[in-house]
Design a binder for this molecule. Structure first.
Ligand code: MG
Length: 408
């Protein structure tokens, strides 16, 4: 069996999905996702200019050797651009392998460990009242877990994960206007004063059963994060996410010394080596890396196994920037992983997205039910894809009120 061709498509409804399609001499094709949010043309160029020419003629069933060929074979290893490109190839090869076996992908990992995988939705409000309504809406739809993000009283800009305007819940991060990111103002003191009060109100209104998550988005210093963790302990968070910048494992030691709040980190990680110390020293409770820029299924499965050895559970990144292809790759891992924790899930099933990526995966009552179609269980409609083209977008940047640049 040989790879005969591969093509990269960039674009999509409201997002620049980077989709890889690998064709074989037996008519079976595989799909991969290389969407690196707001840097989408870079993995696409890496695939087209350097990787696809090396793929032609190789046996697609040798996914391990092909992964090692690109990772070990490169002198400059890793990083989000390269790992997104390797990840897309790897997903497509597993898709081909499972289609050859005529099985849903999770069967190749060891079958299902659960019927439905717990997901969490994003509740948000420009103020607490709007957030409470947003949480109630998700609870009515059957969600058992929600991430709660709220505008901070007196803060001049929207805080992370909150739309700037009331009632506008979608696309609150990527800005497709202008030639540079817009700038937001961050005020740590106002944030630290408000969040425990907000969690007190949320827990009081929604009771004990609803699982609550909160994303700090790297905004705190280690001592501040330790203080916040302690203050939030009475509200029994499912997790506190990214309390400090993820590249500093020593910060987590300080936080761990002061609080038992569960910690989730890693959505910006690209490799096992980024995760290793945090997992081995048990400095986190959930690992957040994704199949997209974490090198695909081959590499992610190794991370899941290392995490299992240390009682760290999975909580893969699931921002809307990931296409339904990588969400499917993660869904198959979630169906199998003995140390599965939760999956971030943002509703992507607009009619346009469904037409571009047809699939039978479904979320019901807050659980993700993986499709039993052979392979990843997601298809890609090339005629739909031709309706879309690349559009440059930016994440905002954050500054303190005095102008000092801060962590976004
Ligand atoms: Mg996050």
């Amino acid at each position: 069996m040989k790879i005969t061709a591969a093509e990269v498509f960039v674009g999509g409804p409201g997002k620049n999905y980077v989709t890889l399609k690998i064709m074989t001499d037996q008519g079976i094709y595989g799909l991969g996702d290389a969407t690196l949010n707001n840097r989408e043309t870079l993995p696409a160029a890496y695939l087209q200019d350097y990787l696809i020419p090396c793929l032609i003629g190789r046996d697609p069933r040798n996914s391990e050797d092909i992964w090692q060929y690109f990772y070990r074979g490169a002198y400059f290893r890793g990083g989000p651009i390269a790992m997104a490109a390797y990840g897309a190839i790897d997903m497509a090869l597993w898709d081909i392998k499972a289609k050859l076996a005529d099985m849903p992908l999770y069967q190749l990992f060891g079958g299902k460990s659960r019927e439905g995988a717990l997901v969490y939705a994003h509740a948000q409000g420009t103020d607490l009242e709007e957030l409470l309504d947003s949480i109630a809406g998700y609870q009515e739809q059957g969600y058992k877990a929600v991430r709660v993000q709220c505008g901070i009283p007196g803060m001049p800009s929207a805080s992370y994960g909150v739309s700037a305007q009331k009632g506008k819940a979608h696309n609150y991060i990527t800005d497709f206007q202008g030639d540079a990111p817009h700038e937001e103002i961050w005020d740590t003191d106002k944030y630290l004063r408000f969040i425990p009060r907000a969690l007190d109100r949320i827990r009081g209104q929604f009771g004990d059963e609803l699982k609550l998550l909160h994303d700090v988005h790297h905004r705190l210093l280690p001592r501040e994060a330790a203080q916040l963790g302690k203050e939030l302990e009475p509200y029994r968070l499912f997790w506190l996410e990214d309390p400090t910048p993820a590249e500093d494992p020593a910060a987590l030691r300080l936080i761990r010394q002061h609080t038992t709040v569960p910690i989730a980190i890693g959505e910006v990680f690209n490799s096992l080596w980024d995760c290793k110390q945090l997992i081995e020293e048990r400095l986190i409770d959930f690992i957040r890396i994704s199949a997209t820029y974490g090198g695909g299924i081959t590499h992610l499965k190794r991370i899941v196994d290392l995490a299992a050895l240390h009682e760290v559970r999975t909580g893969f990144h699931g921002a809307p920037s990931h296409s339904p292809i990588s969400m499917a790759a993660q869904a198959h891992l979630n169906a199998w992983a003995p140390n599965f924790g939760i999956q971030e899930y943002l509703v992507l099933d607009t009619p346009e997205c469904d037409a571009l990526f047809p699939s039978e995966h479904r979320v019901e009552n807050g659980l993700f039910h993986v499709s039993d179609q052979p392979g990843l269980g997601v298809d890609f409609d090339e005629s739909e894809a031709r309706r879309y083209s690349y559009k440059r977008g930016f994440h905002p940047v954050a500054r303190l009120e005095d102008g000092t640049l801060w962590n976004y």
